[in-house]
Design a protein around this ligand. Sequence first.
Ligand SMILES: [Zn+2]
Length: 290
Amino acid sequence: MLIFYGTRASKLKERQIQGNTTCPHCQSKNSFVATTYGRYFHLFWIPFMPLFKATVVECSHCKKTYKEDELPNDIKEALTRQDAGDPVKRPIWHGCGCLLFIVFPLVLGLLTTVIGLFAGGDDSEGDIPQDIREEYLEQDIAMVTSNPTFESDSISYFIKTCVASHIEGIDTDRIEYLSKTNNNKLLVILKVGDMKGVKKTSRKELVFAVEECIEYALDDSTITDFYIGVDGNWNMLMVKTPYEADLSGKFADKDLLLPFYDDIEGEGDVIGIEEVESDSVVIENIDNRE
Ligand SMILES: [Zn+2]
């Protein structure tokens, strides 16, 4: 990276030297004008740090200039006396780059604190508390598997077998499943990934097939309310519950599934060995059927 830096000077003050002075060159009286320059270090032409000051004295008559150390004593004394009463001041911008280094962290710190306060305030007051059911649903969506076993998730295990034989046009091997029960409610989540190549009507068929399979499997069960969610790569594609259905096959509101988690105990790990026991009847039914 090319870095431009160096020093520059700007005029700080120009004043007529008061007092009884004589130019050594042209003998003019009280003809001196003193100009003080301030030099500063710049980085990309941004004044970064103030450096030294220099004063040049010029005779306004003969135009001869004198540096400070060349000045005759009388002129030097007159100038010193005058500047003591009215000192030459440097503008603040000579060191503004340096100032940035000091001010910027302070401002940043302040901003962070202020934002933190506001954000913190929002969290504790303004925001609606996170619906715990959403958390449960997210957890369950993440739990889907393409190989549900009879021992781990007997309902999914059955649905997978059943759906594969019920539906065409969809690669059912790739579908991942999860099922869960909560009192008289059953939740089935299918993760199908990409359904772009599948016609919308066929997408619906998948939900109907799942529903049929569940109804068949849980024929004599106390479970009556089915919540079915078909998840895509990025979002829920279809949802069907006892109350509502969104089978457009593109963007479905997964919150429709949340009532499943109402009155759930603990973290909702309701499916267990007890369920497996009763489901074994179902599996036998299928075996008989085939
Ligand atoms: Zn002169």
